[in-house]
Design a protein around this ligand. Structure first.
Ligand SMILES: [Zn+2]
Length: 208
């Protein structure tokens, strides 16, 4: 795929997230790997208005190669893509329901959401919760990289989800599934629920 085609895909995904209120203000960022480089949305940009020629190009260590300054969260994308050679895209949002879950007390840090539906089990599998880190705290980078080696998605405490995919379409599908499952989880709180069994989950688990 050409650089131009990837830029168009990123902008299409950005508008889709913004138009459906899965991102707000200048939150949320999208990246796609092309060879040894990563195209990522720039710092301070809104996914509702960012343009194809405004994307930043960074390397896999998160250093800027050219273009505007990358998102302050670009290091999360680089760390996730380093950890997952089979992934080409990463999407991060502060989407309402997933962010709400990330603020709850008493979650299982190994898996913040129960497997309520088959599609969550297939597209996400397991959702580790990473402890709160202040913006700019780069100790999150190592934690994200280590976690991403065995997980396609993780949830940043008091913040939001980071999801990788073999393609940008797969990462988008997965982060939307995560958001919907977070919504179900919150709707069902206080009710007795019956998540999928470990055996049912195992049959659906995405490749590590
Ligand atoms: Zn963020």
């Amino acid at each position: 795929m050409t650089d131009e085609a990837v830029r168009r895909l990123i902008i299409g995904a950005a508008r889709s997230l913004f138009d459906r209120k899965l991102t707000h203000g200048s939150t949320g960022n999208i990246s796609v790997r092309i060879g040894d480089a990563i195209l990522v949305t720039p710092t301070g940009s809104s996914l509702g208005t960012v343009q194809a020629d405004e994307l930043s190009t960074i390397d896999l260590d998160g250093r800027t190669l050219h273009g505007p300054k990358p998102s302050k969260e670009a290091f999360l994308h680089a760390a996730t893509l380093r950890a997952r050679p089979q992934a080409t895209a990463v999407v991060h949002t502060h989407s309402t329901y997933a962010a709400a879950v990330s603020c709850l007390d008493g979650l299982d840090p190994a898996n913040a959401l129960p497997p309520l539906t088959a599609y969550f089990a297939m597209r996400i599998g397991r959702l580790p919760l990473l402890s709160y880190h202040a913006p700019g705290d780069d100790s999150l980078e190592d934690l994200a990289e280590t976690t991403a080696r065995d997980n396609t998605a993780f949830l940043l405490a008091n913040h939001g989800p980071v999801v990788a995919g073999a393609t940008l379409g797969a990462a988008m599908d997965a982060i939307e599934e995560l958001e919907e499952t977070a919504k179900l989880f919150l709707l069902l709180r206080g009710n007795s629920t019956r998540p999928l069994t470990p055996d049912q989950v195992e049959r659906l688990r995405p490749p590590a």
